[in-house]
Design a protein around this ligand. Structure first.
Ligand SMILES: [Zn+2]
Length: 291
């Protein structure tokens, strides 16, 4: 029960009008901190890694850690590969034991996106109960955020979104709606709530089949998050905030204990700081007690 894919916990979330957090980790202390918060608050959770740390640490190593921790945890936990642009590496991580794979071919032509995404979907479904996430449109970087929000062409077109999901057989779907990676430059980022609602209505109006993902969680105001959940967002990716928390916790601990050489204590500081940040997110996403 503890090792799950993303779709199964998101189906529950979408029905219950809450969302599951997908928290980006680059090391073991962070990963443990994410799990600590989920266990403490009895919440389902998604551990996510981007491609660089997966390659650096090794997909097999990450999966071994994940499976050991998740098998013993009293809450459902998914291991998600985020924004992978290489079909071959998506397949490698599926073979290794990731339970959710995101193929991000959103920079390709529409046809290229469909064919690469479908290739990964077909492969993962043959390997096992692995859900696959795909993206249509572009989630802007922090520099491009305003431009993306203003440029209609880069947001997901609802009609095309339905065609995309049907053509690829995707399990979960990330439509670009104006959210951005990194830190939002403006206090009130321009998010197209209605677009998410429309896509959700078209895909899931007759019963939830393909739960929706919101990227760029860091820095979104709480009332925006509530509205996005209302519009169908069932998974929120949070990366930048965890990176900042890791570095800040290390810096603060080391600055205050410059004469000490005890790496274990730095790890404890990181794990605890991550637990607090993730706990706050779990509360905002309303997944507390849903495990
Ligand atoms: Zn993302």
């Amino acid at each position: 029960m503890s090792i799950v894919n993303a779709r199964e916990i998101m189906l529950e979330a979408a029905k219950g009008k809450y969302a599951v957090g997908a928290f980006n980790v680059t090391d073991l202390s962070q990963l443990e901190g994410v799990v600590d918060a989920a266990v403490e608050l009895k919440s389902p959770v998604i551990i996510q890694t981007s491609v660089k740390p997966a390659k650096f640490l090794g997909a097999d190593v990450l999966v071994a850690i994940y499976r050991t921790i998740a098998a013993a945890a009293p809450v459902p936990i998914c291991l998600h590969l985020d924004h992978c642009t290489e079909v071959g590496y998506c397949k490698k991580c599926a073979d290794a034991g990731y339970t959710n794979i995101m193929i991000d071919a959103s920079k390709q032509s529409y046809e290229g996106n469909v064919s690469q995404t479908k290739d990964v979907v077909d492969y993962c479904h043959r390997v096992g109960p692995i859900s696959v996430e795909g993206e249509l449109g572009t989630v802007g970087g922090v520099e491009d955020q305003i431009k993306v929000a203003e440029d209609e062409a880069q947001l997901a077109n609802p009609k095309q979104a339905v065609e995309f999901v049907e053509a690829t057989g995707l399990d979960i779907f990330a439509p670009a709606i104006g959210t951005a990676h990194g830190v939002y430059k403006t206090k009130n980022p321009k998010i197209d709530f209605e677009r998410l609602g429309k896509i959700n209505q078209m895909l899931n109006g007759g019963g939830i089949k393909t739960p929706l993902v919101v990227h760029g969680g860091t820095g979104l105001p709480e009332d925006y998050i509530r509205k996005l959940i209302e519009m169908g967002g069932a998974k929120f990716n949070v990366s930048t905030e965890l990176k900042h928390t890791l570095i800040d916790a290390q810096f603060e601990y080391l600055s205050a204990h410059r004469e000490e050489y005890d790496p274990g204590k730095v790890d404890v500081a990181v794990r605890d700081a991550i637990r607090k940040v993730v706990g706050h997110w779990i509360q905002i996403l309303r997944s507390t007690g849903k495990a």
